[in-house]
Design a protein around this ligand. Sequence first.
Ligand SMILES: Nc1nc2c(ncn2[C@@H]2O[C@H](COP(=O)(O)OP(=O)(O)OP(=O)(O)O)[C@@H](O)[C@H]2O)c(=O)[nH]1
Ligand SMILES: [Mg+2]
Ligand SMILES: [Zn+2]
Length: 301
Amino acid sequence: MSRQGPGTDARLSGRVTAVHGRHFRVESGTGIHDCVTRGKKGGIACGDHVEFTATGQETGVIERTLPRRNLLYRSDAFKSKLLAANVDRVFVVLAATPSPDFNLLNRCLIACEMAGIPATLLVNKSDLPQTEALLARLSAYARLGYPLISLAARVDISPLKARLAGDTAIFIGASGVGKSTLINGLVPEAEIATQEISQALDSGRHTTTHTRLYHLPGGGALIDSPGMQEFGLMHVDPARLTAAFPEFKPLIGQCRFYNCKHLQEPGCAILDAVANGSILKERWQNYRTLLEELARKPYPA
Ligand SMILES: Nc1nc2c(ncn2[C@@H]2O[C@H](COP(=O)(O)OP(=O)(O)OP(=O)(O)O)[C@@H](O)[C@H]2O)c(=O)[nH]1
Ligand SMILES: [Mg+2]
Ligand SMILES: [Zn+2]
């Protein structure tokens, strides 16, 4: 049964492939429409499936967002920043330069776990000599179950090609790690601007400013996202945080106290595992820092 009212027969469905402030690029079977929303409605992400009304050959108004399979987002105490919706895999991109930020990496992984999206660690710039040390450090993360790929986008993209399953994947990570270069290697007509990183600041230059979905020639899609310095996780429910750490899961329920927060309690199975080295100390430290941050949250976001 159709619930559409009169005058809605021009309603089309499509996928949001870019977000520019309050303008949304929507691709449908009939073409590309630059859409706005009715009123101040926001909360639409790249990758969302939407229904829209065409107001011209290349313009439209989004009427409704269809239910999402998942949503990847960041948040500070005041607002959420949507990264992408309906994605099948997140590639967390790292490189030897700019210097890898393991705090950022852990936050990306927590966000993926919370959103229920599988994450893969993608080390780019394997032509750089310091890559070996980075891979050695990341091997502990691979043991947690996160697949680890290493390649040089500027040299040979094929190891990544083999991992793309024809579905939708997003690249996230710090500025300058080579997210756009990777996509250019896979989608030659994308021609995304890339830029040398600043040696002096050991950081990227925030070349990509918008999240954008590109179609792969062989099927599937890749989403490029702007480099991030921080990954706010203020939306995380502290009670669910342990579930975002795969290495904590088998130990849940084994602490002496049923309400153990795994911070300093005696008889804590997780602290014991940190002490004997079976849980990586830096991961537990990230857990502790995040719990402290969430406890300082001024009011529910
Ligand atoms: N040595 C080396 N440099 C690379 C490789 N891939 C990318 N780069 C360089 O890294 C720099 C940053 O690349 P971008 O693709 O702009 O990085 P990005 O992650 O998209 O950065 P933002 O858009 O700012 O988030 C550029 O100078 C690239 O040429 C690689 O495989 N090896
Ligand atoms: Mg970029
Ligand atoms: Zn405990």
